[in-house]
Design a protein around this ligand. Structure first.
Ligand code: NAP
Length: 474
């Protein structure tokens, strides 16, 4: 199938007012030019979603469920093609991209199953004067804004629950990775989504045009995944019309290795937690806190595993570390590493930007002190700073010393100790003796400045539902 590059409004592919180049960060070459929308086209998408909403909300949930199930099947059948597109526009390896497609498709399957199970409630009021009926109804037109690091999964994690709930949507993908989103929108179309239910656009000017859309009273909900910085802007934008928002924001995950941990397992987990997606994951382990007594063994084994990774164009056979999404993102990583070294960080591996056109940065391991500035920022690349600690209490205090709270990892052979630590860590998700916990069946989300709301699990659909209470006189 040919790559589509247009906007999708009211069930039609339409040319935009302008174009946006999409680059391959592994080679620095142009992949395609996609359409960008002007104000009128943004308004047309809102109109389409608004007009389609009443019928879609009334469509039996079994029908909505079957469309989502069909989308799951198409996506699974086309996983190789989609993974190639992801790898080309995002830079990640084909293996990571295939993993993403299967994770992404699972959101369609999970929410196909959830669509027909929205619970309600019937109760006698304690005073006996009435009956309490509680029902859940779709919020309405939802604006979905996604980042570049998981261009497929972040889109399906929103489209799936929105459609299951009965909402209509306008999807806006990240400028770096729109082609994956367009493919997914085309899948929705082929799966039988009625016109106007799913719309796709890339505004010519992101900030001002999204702001305008958030001030249109027909838009009732914004679901955003991206940086905390942009999340803060959207919270402010949502205040004027008191829009519902769900925000999946940045992370700064601590990876805590207690002194009784199985170090080989911890290294295995660290490789997944750090290197999935080349470190460009909100869940990526960003700070390694390792008990002093095991730090030398952990650092040696982890550095060896990192050194063994093959860095190459994501589509090269055997590539294990691909490119960053752009030279700009790669340079941010390089800058953070040099700041960390200037602040006393001791380099064990990597740390040098390779020559050439691709946005590559090598696997990098450092030992730093607990004051090092790299520990306060989301690196979003293949860089692992290691800090040692003396006691569990100190590890917990260090892990919690951040404005973020998305996920934390704990390794210990003593489950009681691991759970005590997990309970003390300030994060929405904790991985115990595992390098990955993301699962469409589990509630994904953060505390503190990592976001508001949960995606996936039983909670995910409620980000697109309003609770309505009906009091009945008896
Ligand atoms: P970003 O810069 O915040 O951009 C995310 C999306 O927001 C893009 O579509 C971007 O569009 C759009 N955007 C930018 N400025 C905007 C504005 N003023 N108003 C409305 N939309 C705006 O994030 P990113 O660099 O793509 O992604 C990396 C970040 O996402 C990291 O911080 C990562 O931790 C976070 N993330 C979080 C999760 C999670 O579930 N918690 C998952 C994945 C990623 P343009 O591309 O057009 O600027």
């Amino acid at each position: 199938m040919q790559l589509k590059t247009d906007l999708f409004i009211n069930g039609q592919w339409v040319k935009g007012a302008g174009v946006l180049p999409v680059m391959n960060p592994s080679t620095g070459t142009l992949i395609a030019e996609i359409s960008t929308a002007d104000q009128e086209q943004c308004d047309a998408a809102i109109t389409a979603a608004h007009d389609a909403f009443p019928a879609w909300a009334r469509t039996p949930s079994r029908v909505r469920s079957e469309i989502l199930r069909k989308a799951f099947e198409i996506m699974t059948a086309e996983s190789d093609q989609i993974a190639r597109i992801i790898s080309m526009e995002n830079g990640k390896t084909f293996t990571d991209a295939k993993g993403e497609v299967s994770y992404a498709a699972e959101f369609f399957r999970w929410f196909a199953e959830e669509a027909v199970r929205t619970p309600g409630d019937f109760r006698h009021s304690p005073s006996g004067d009435k009956r309490i009926l509680v029902t859940h109804q779709p919020i309405g037109v939802s604006l979905l804004i996604t980042p570049w690091n998981f261009p497929a999964a972040m889109a399906t994690r929103k489209i799936g629950p929105a459609l299951a709930a009965g909402c209509t949507v306008i999807l806006k993908a990240a400028s770096e990775t729109p082609l994956t989103a367009i493919w997914i929108v085309d899948i929705m179309h082929r799966a039988g989504v009625p016109a106007g239910v799913v719309n796709f656009l890339m505004p010519e000017k992101t900030g001002s045009m999204i702001s305008r859309m958030m001030h249109d009273p027909r838009v009732r909900n914004v679901s955003f995944t991206g940086s905390t910085e942009v999340g803060r802007i959207l919270i402010k934008e949502s205040a004027d019309l008191v829009l519902r928002t769900s925000l999946e924001l940045g992370g700064n995950a601590p990876f805590v290795v207690l002194d009784d941990a199985d170090i080989d397992e911890a290294v295995k987990g660290a490789m997944v937690a750090k290197m999935r997606n080349g470190g460009a994951a909100c869940t990526a382990a960003n700070r390694f806190y390792v008990a002093k007594s095991v730090a030398s063994e952990f650092t040696t084994k982890f550095t060896r595993a990192m050194a063994d990774l093959k860095m190459a164009d994501g589509l090269t056979e055997g590539a294990q570390l691909g490119a960053s999404v752009s030279i700009r993102e790669r340079d941010k990583i390089a800058e953070l590493v040099s700041t960390s070294i200037s602040a006393g960080g001791e380099l064990h591996l990597g740390g040098t930007t390779p020559e050439g056109a691709g946005a590559f940065y090598p696997a990098t391991v450092l030992t730093v002190t607990k004051e090092n500035p790299i520990l306060q920022l989301e690196v979003f690349g293949p860089v692992a700073p290691i800090v040692t600690f003396d006691s569990d209490a100190e590890a917990i205090a260090l892990a919690n010393s951040t404005e973020y709270g998305l996920i934390a990892y704990v390794y210990s052979s003593d489950l009681k100790r691991a759970i005590r630590t997990a309970e003390a860590l300030e994060a929405g998700m904790i991985a115990i003796n595992r390098g990955v916990v993301s699962d469409p069946a589990a509630p994904f989300g953060g505390v503190k400045q990592s976001g508001l709301g949960r995606e996936g699990g039983f909670a995910g659909i409620h980000e697109f539902l309003e609770t309505k209470y009906i009091g009945v006189e008896i």
